[in-house]
Design a protein around this ligand. Sequence first.
Ligand code: CP
Length: 318
Amino acid sequence: MRHLLDTRTLARDDAIAILDVAEDMAATQEREVKKLPTLRGKTVVNLFFEDSTRTRISFEAAAKRLSADVINFSAKGSSVSKGESLQDTAQTLQAMAADAVVIRHGASGAPHTLATSGWISAGVVNAGDGTHEHPTQALLDAFTLRRRVHGAASRGRDLDGVRVAIVGDILHSRVARSNVWLLTALGAHVTLVAPPTLLPQDLSRWPVAVRYSLDEAIAERPDAVMMLRIQLERMNAAYFPSEREYSRQWGLDPVRLAALPDGTIVMHPGPMNRGLEISAAAADSPRSTVLEQVTNGVSVRMAVLYLLLAGERTEEER
Ligand code: CP
């Protein structure tokens, strides 16, 4: 693997290969092997132009557990605030001999630009770009689902026939986009659930069903409900129901939690707006996989860094 920029172009077999390596990584963590020597001498740069808690820390933990050196770059407090361009920032990292650059950026397509510009020779991992994609989040979500469905027999398996309802602010969600492409490539049936104003307009090309009612979606007995953060910072009054109205109609409140079929899991990528899209009762319930997703994220990101920096390269990539 040369770069990981999206899940839209990630083939089913390549996705399963990443999830299988993540299983190997998880097995080392579960055996309490603190560090593997695999990436000793490699340098991973976390280049974050947008805020992050889970993704940045998770990539840092993943790189360190593989014995890589890690440089954390946050746009806040850097020369970006003096107007330095992405190109000059990237070339500075190149001069510091970065082997992999993990980038989060507010502009959709920034990781692709970095990977194809020729400014750097490092492998590039998209850690979230604008409203476009967040591929490692989708991979850790798929990993979590696969473990819940197949348990110890997960290796080599896909998500054929698994039903996932993705609920909430689809319009602004890179997590939703990456999950739609990845989960459907793995054979899952995805239903998007949202008010019409929080859905993209070009849905005809998405391999999904759409519901406007969460109660209707729950009645269809999904295996997982993935609640999305309402991105209040990107809203304007034209397309957002009031918070009270949203919570009443699309929030996973205690009544809807109780209506979920036995075995249905509650997922959320975080950060959560408790009391808006998800109640505390749902977030903290035994059905919730929120913290399991965070734990799995480290194994998945170890797998991605491993495949990028130590894995076999194809003829084309050499
Ligand atoms: N899920 C996720 O991307 O969280 P952070 O914004 O905290 O990285």
